[in-house]
Design a protein around this ligand. Structure first.
Ligand code: NAP
Length: 304
């Protein structure tokens, strides 16, 4: 595998080149930065080529495929998710093992999730709220954060952690779920959640690369408090579809997927003041309405 040398102040390296990676790359390409990306599938590598991003094909599950990854001086964005099982993130471990005193990025910006706060019974969470992971998924993310903190101390690499709420945007709406009339919880039972538009998230990542302070965590959301049911209702209305039916917990527990139920059992509201102030962010889409209004009504799928 040929791995590009990616050193120098203007070099950007995106580990886990997918939807957000592509949006971040576009922002840097507009300013003539040199961008490289890493992913394993032919589809993601093709996307890099289409975006005029230097592709590196490697598998974060295979440590050997990462040897020779040259990141000295680069601004690194780490966007790859942990594996689907377990309570640690071996992909992050493999990536960090490729760093040493001769191969230290300028800064690593990591997309974590607001899921590390777990269930907060609808309370507002700031970056000072202690993590309270309630699922293996959240433990994996917290483990990735811990690994980054350890490497920060050992190699003196700057680390910025973004704890991101639900991402929506073009191509990322639960259209199929709504078309299938999969029920949602009655409004009064629905957990509080926050969202962020994918384009705003990309801009926040770039701002974190520039202004994010070493060792800091930033909550990322549009700050617009909502609940899951309201979200599905608003998306249905935007797509011109019928609202999904609502049910109580007893039915939900019987018919909804384990994954969906794990989201429904956690309720919190994200405080985004630190992100807005310290990263100098003015959101393009501060409400779901404003974000949806710019999204076409065709072909949306996501993981719900
Ligand atoms: N969905 C949400 O609401 C939400 C909320 C908070 C945080 N996040 C997280 O935000 C991050 C960015 O999201 P996104 O939408 O850009 O994700 P995405 O489109 O799925 O991109 C992630 C990329 O990581 C790559 N990747 C995964 N496993 C890999 C491996 N073993 N080796 C090499 N590359 C690997 C994938 O490439 P391949 O195609 O080669 O597999 C994929 O292109 C993800 O970590 C996501 O979990 C999501």
């Amino acid at each position: 595998m040929e791995i590009p040398s990616n050193s120098g102040q203007n070099r950007i390296f995106i580990i886990g080149y997918g939807d957000i990676g592509s949006r971040v790359a576009r922002l840097y390409k507009e300013k003539n930065y040199i961008v490289a990306g890493l992913a394993r599938s032919p589809e993601s590598c093709q996307m890099m080529q289409d975006d005029d991003v230097e592709p590196v094909t490697a598998d974060l599950d295979n440590k050997d495929s990462l040897s020779g990854l040259s990141l000295a001086g680069a601004l690194v964005f780490y966007f790859a998710p942990p594996p689907p099982t377990g309570v640690t993130d071996p992909r992050m471990a493999n990536f960090l093992a490729s760093l040493d005193s001769n191969n230290i990025p300028r800064k690593i910006v990591y997309i974590s999730t607001s899921g590390v706060y777990g269930d907060q019974a609808g309370r507002r969470v700031t970056e000072k709220t202690p993590p309270n992971p309630g699922t293996d998924r959240a433990f994996r993310r917290l483990n990735a954060e811990d690994q980054l903190r350890e490497v920060r101390n050992r190699l003196r690499v700057q680390v910025v952690i973004l704890r991101v709420g639900g991402i929506y945007g073009p191509g990322r709406l639960p259209e199929q779920r709504i078309r299938n009339a999969i029920p949602v919880l009655h409004q009064e039972l629905a957990p509080k959640t926050n969202r962020i538009h994918a384009d705003d998230l990309a801009r926040i990542c770039v701002a974190a690369g520039k202004y994010g302070r070493d060792g800091e965590i930033y909550n990322v959301s549009d700050g617009c408090d909502s609940n899951m049911t309201e979200y599905f209702f608003q998306v249905a209305s935007h797509l011109g579809l019928d609202r999904p039916p609502t049910v109580g917990w007893e039915v939900a527990n019987r018919i909804l997927s384990k994954g969906m139920l794990s989201y429904l059992r956690e309720s919190r509201r994200m405080d985004n003041k630190k992100m807005l102030t310290d990263l100098h962010i003015t959101l393009k889409y501060p409400t779901l309405d404003s974000g949806l209004s710019g999204i076409s009504r065709t072909q949306h799928t996501n993981n719900y």
